[in-house]
Design a protein around this ligand. Structure first.
Ligand code: NAD
Ligand code: MG
Length: 386
């Protein structure tokens, strides 16, 4: 590793990815220095993290918690800011080299754009940013000489397969999907599944939104669109295969037919560490994979009739323009409604489809068009729910 330590800002440090990223940083104090921590409203954990990791700055997005965080850190050197705009400002701070976007949903878009404009490299967990505005984000990153390192395990797998192959054309990529807790079920059986059942992912422990997305295969749909932009692919170069063991994290097929796969036990700390430490592979004591304990790795076709969200994502990607942005906003409302017992499991894809059909299509959206499409979709989605 170069002698200068890498200065990291973590957006969403109190979440599943954020807390695991802090474990990675704690294990490599010689490599990383923490500059910024941010949270939406979990003030208690943010305060605890600030006292332990002593960043330069913390931001609490929920302004009503500002006084509490500020008082609790009054005896430290940590600077405290609050509000959404503060997120966009802290990523621009001079010492920051890399911003880990570990916040969830559309809220990641504005700070990611601000970080890119300020020339900060991005370790991207917040897939919604690329789903909403992948064309705009990747173009801006190119103009600003900024690299976007994937944190999502599938995209990290593909990136790891591509190291040393960047000059070789990709024939296609194959994203693996666990299939979630409802793999093998049919539509009739999904009508009555509960929030608690949907929140039980077989292989990963994650935030609530992505766990529901994994159960509905929307997560894989979002990842297809994320991959399209990260690796500059054509729509027909992206396949999905269900692999219930989640050991192969994804694959790349090259133009000679050779396929490379990246494997390991499911543990997000590995892709987080690879993104933050790139191009170096840092040591870890993560549990090692034992082939003898997995005598069979299996693969099957995704059932896109039952799990319509995946088909909707392919359709939205094909349509292009603001369609993926609309799908993302509809899905954020749908997941929230499902988590609050307002709608059933299957109604989530109904709502997504309704919004895709109803919101005005914009073929070449500007940033303002994305903001407007997001707002308009949330309005139409709420109307549909009422
Ligand atoms: P989480 O819900 O556990 O954590 C989200 C974090 O973002 C929290 O720190 C929260 O305070 C913050 N946050 C939420 N809404 C915010 C807002 N409006 N403004 C500012 N901050 C906000 O989520 P997670 O599971 O860690 O996922 C984070 C992102 O990483 C998501 O985009 C998800 O798709 C992606 N991801 C997660 C995993 C995983 O294993 N958890 C794997 C791959 C990708
Ligand atoms: Mg993933």
């Amino acid at each position: 590793m170069e002698s200068k330590r890498r200065h990291i800002a973590i957006l969403g440090s109190t979440g599943s990815i954020g807390t695991q990223a802090l474990e990675v940083l704690a294990a490599h104090p010689d490599v990383f220095e923490l500059e910024v921590l941010t949270a939406n409203s979990n003030a208690d954990l943010l305060i605890e993290q600030a006292r332990t990791f002593k960043p330069n700055v913390v931001v609490i997005a929920d302004e009503s918690k500002y006084q509490m965080v500020s008082d609790a850190l009054a005896d430290t050197d940590v600077k405290v800011y609050a509000g959404k705009d503060a997120l966009n400002q802290v990523v621009e701070m001079e010492p920051v080299d890399m911003v880990l976007t570990a916040l969830v949903g559309y809220a990641g878009l504005a700070p990611t754009l601000a970080a890119i404009r300020a020339g900060k490299h991005i370790a991207l967990a917040n897939k919604e940013t690329l789903v909403v505005a992948g064309e705009l984000v990747t173009k801006l990153a190119q103009e600003c000489g900024v690299n976007i390192y994937p944190v999502d395990s599938e995209h990290s797998a593909i990136f790891q397969c591509l190291v040393g192959e960047f000059h070789n054309p990709i024939e296609k990529i194959i994203l693996t999907a666990s299939g979630g807790p409802f793999r093998g079920r049919k539509r009739e059986e999904l009508a009555s599944v509960t929030r608690a059942q949907a929140l039980k992912h077989p292989n990963w422990v994650m935030g609530a939104k992505i766990t529901i997305d994994s159960a509905s295969l929307m997560n894989k749909g979002l990842e297809v669109i994320e991959a399209r932009w990260l690796f500059n692919l054509k729509n027909d170069q992206i396949d999905v295969v269900v692999h219930p063991q989640s050991i192969i994290h994804s694959m790349v097929q090259f133009t000679d037919g050779s396929i490379k796969a990246q494997m390991g036990l499911p543990d997000m700390k590995l892709p987080i560490q690879f993104a933050l430490g790139y191009p170096h592979r840092l040591n870890s004591n993560f549990e090692r994979f034992d082939f003898a304990r997995y005598p069979s790795l299996t693969f099957e076709q995704p059932d896109m009739e039952t799990f319509r969200n995946l088909q909707l994502a392919f359709d939205a990607m094909e349509r292009g323009g603001n369609a993926p942005c609309v799908l993302n906003a509809a899905n954020e409302v749908a997941v929230d409604a499902f988590l609050n017992d307002r709608i059933g499991f299957l109604a989530m894809s109904d709502l997504n489809e309704h919004c895709l059909r109803t919101v005005d299509f914009v073929e070449h959206p500007t940033y303002e068009d994305y903001v407007q499409s997001d707002e308009e979709t949330r309005r139409i989605a709420q109307e549909y729910l009422n």
